[in-house]
Design a protein around this ligand. Structure first.
Ligand code: HEM
Length: 495
């Protein structure tokens, strides 16, 4: 090759590298300009390498400690400056007082139909419309009507556990609890009675689990280069499996058509039934029912919002009770005293205060929503910190829930932290398993009823105990709220 060609290639390479470096680091001065400290060790890819090396939970707690006396600190999520809010009053201002400046979440991956209209990622007025239409679906009256579907699936779980107890099998709780959570979702959101623990390979379970598994390569590419979003869409590449999503949308269609045909629509009182009939009164008195595409999104939302979360909390609670037999005994005694031999139901589980304390303590130690996020939609100054439009703001829930100044000996399971007196003595934002404000978890009440019915059904008949595979204290995985060694127990029948 001629020297002139070499020189041109070299020049192009140099220009490309300079442009790449400038693009990657264009925002890496943001926090310095704002006078906000950041953890040391950022490079061209921001703090990405630190996150990969230490994992999500260690990073949260380490930097929370490092910036002990700061209200906020900065973090470079590859190219994006992200404000981490540690101060509980400031977190409250963001989630409640100044909500109008933080109505949205940060959305690294936008979903396409049939999961386009989901509450988790919708923004602005679109979010507001759907949220207001479906809020009544989670009222106590409607949850009470929905509860028999949960009770039916809890009995199924009991039968499956009985088989495991009789054969003396050791059980990985997350797996078993995820099957129960999935059965409830299939039943209330898709009108399907499945038995995933008895038949783990059923198609609904396969597709439902698959639909939450992103294509990691595409996901990471989008995190590095959000500009690729339009290109991927144009060439038909989706981060979340399209075929599984479409299978689930068809399942919703089949259920809706079936109900309309046989006249059962409006009589089944499950989630799908309630949202099918959810309509909204607008200011002018006209009614605007949900579209079919919105119904698809809402049923699929149950999988994204209520599968991992319920199975995580249920499995950690049962596991923590297995390794703390005194607490387990007390929870069982409460069930015996207050419910006796009656089947747990929406009404009778409301009295199980100690069980709720155990659930809260499990959610403190292992909160499925370990980070809350909002995106600033309009410049605002809060507690002396100026937050520019577009900046993502995160609240490090896992670190707050494990702060020894709020929770002495945070690694210890102690349900007593949640007595009414102890709760009243803490900052109300020190415990946020379901988030806060108008954008908090819409499924919170459903989740609590579901968990209490499931746990009391199990504890009424069985005692979870340690087994040869039990590892406690558990080690959390680097990226997911999951115990690395699993949550293994044995189930003993109660005498
Ligand atoms: C123990 C179980 C659950 C936990 C710990 C949990 C936790 C959370 C958290 C932390 C958030 C974010 C709140 C915020 O940003 O302030 C959230 C949002 C949400 N959750 Fe849950 N969740 C649970 C169960 C459920 C269930 C069963 C559903 C099904 C309906 C659900 C649906 C949602 C939805 C749709 C949102 C987004 C709400 C919005 O943006 O308007 N969650 N959840």
């Amino acid at each position: 090759m001629e020297w002139i060609t070499w020189l041109t290639v070299l020049l192009v390479l140099v220009v490309a590298v300079v442009l790449f470096v400038r693009m990657m680091s264009a925002n890496h001065n943001t926090f310095k300009k704002m006078g906000i400290d950041t953890p040391p060790g950022a490079n061209l890819f921001g703090h990405f390498a630190l996150g990969v090396e230490h994992g999500m939970f260690k990073c949260q707690t380490e930097y929370y400690k490092m910036f002990k006396d700061h209200k906020v600190y900065g973090w470079y999520d590859i190219r994006t400056p992200v404000l981490i809010v540690k101060d509980l009053d400031m977190a409250k201002d963001i989630m409640v007082k100044h909500f109008k400046h933080f109505t949205d979440r940060r959305v690294p991956v936008e979903h396409d139909a049939p999961f386009k209209d989901n509450l988790l990622t919708l923004k602005g007025d679109k979010w507001k419309r759907i949220r207001s239409i479906i809020t009544p679906t989670f009222s106590s009256g409607r949850l009470k009507k929905m509860a028999p579907h949960v009770e039916r699936n809890a009995k199924l779980l009991l039968e499956n556990l009985r088989r495991k107890q009789e054969s003396g099998e050791e059980i990985e709780l997350r797996d078993a609890c995820s099957c129960f959570a999935l059965d409830v979702i299939a039943s209330i959101g898709f009108g399907l009675d499945i038995n995933t623990l008895g038949d783990p390979s059923n198609t609904f379970a396969k597709e439902a689990r698959n639909c939450t598994n992103p294509n990691i390569l595409l996901l990471v590419s989008l995190l590095f280069f959000p500009e690729l979003r339009k290109v991927l869409r144009a060439v038909g590449l989706a981060v979340f499996p399209k075929k599984s999503m479409e299978y689930l949308a068809r399942a919703v269609d089949v259920a809706i058509e079936g109900r309309r045909r046989d006249g059962s629509a409006g009589k089944l009182n499950d989630f799908l039934d309630l949202v099918m009939n959810a309509e909204q009164e607008d200011g002018e008195g006209t009614r605007e029912p949900l579209t079919r595409s919105e119904l698809h999104s809402l049923s699929i939302m149950l999988i994204f919002g209520g599968l991992e979360t319920i199975s995580t909390v249920m499995s950690f609670t049962l596991f923590l009770l297995a390794v703390h037999p005194d607490c387990c005994l007390r929870a069982q005694k409460e069930i015996d005293d207050k419910i006796g031999k009656e089947a747990p139901s929406y009404d009778n589980v409301q009295q199980l205060d100690y069980l709720e304390m155990c659930l809260s303590e499990a959610m403190r130690m292992a909160p499925p929503g370990f980070i809350l996020d909002r995106q600033c939609v309009e410049d605002v100054t809060i507690q002396g910190v100026h937050i520019p439009k577009g900046m993502p703001v995160l609240v490090p829930i896992y670190a707050i829930h494990n702060d020894p100044e709020i929770w002495p000996r945070p690694e210890t399971f102690d349900p007593e932290r949640f007595t009414p007196e102890n709760k009243a003595s803490r900052h109300p934002y020190a415990f946020l398993p379901f988030g806060q404000g108008p954008r908090n978890c819409i499924g919170m009440r459903l989740a609590l009823v579901e968990l209490k019915i499931a746990l009391s059904t199990v504890l009424q008949k069985f005692t979870p105990v340690k087994c040869s595979k039990t590892v406690y204290p558990f080690n959390l995985s680097k990226t997911l709220l999951k115990a690395n060694d699993g949550l293994w127990v044995k189930i003993e029948a109660r005498k």
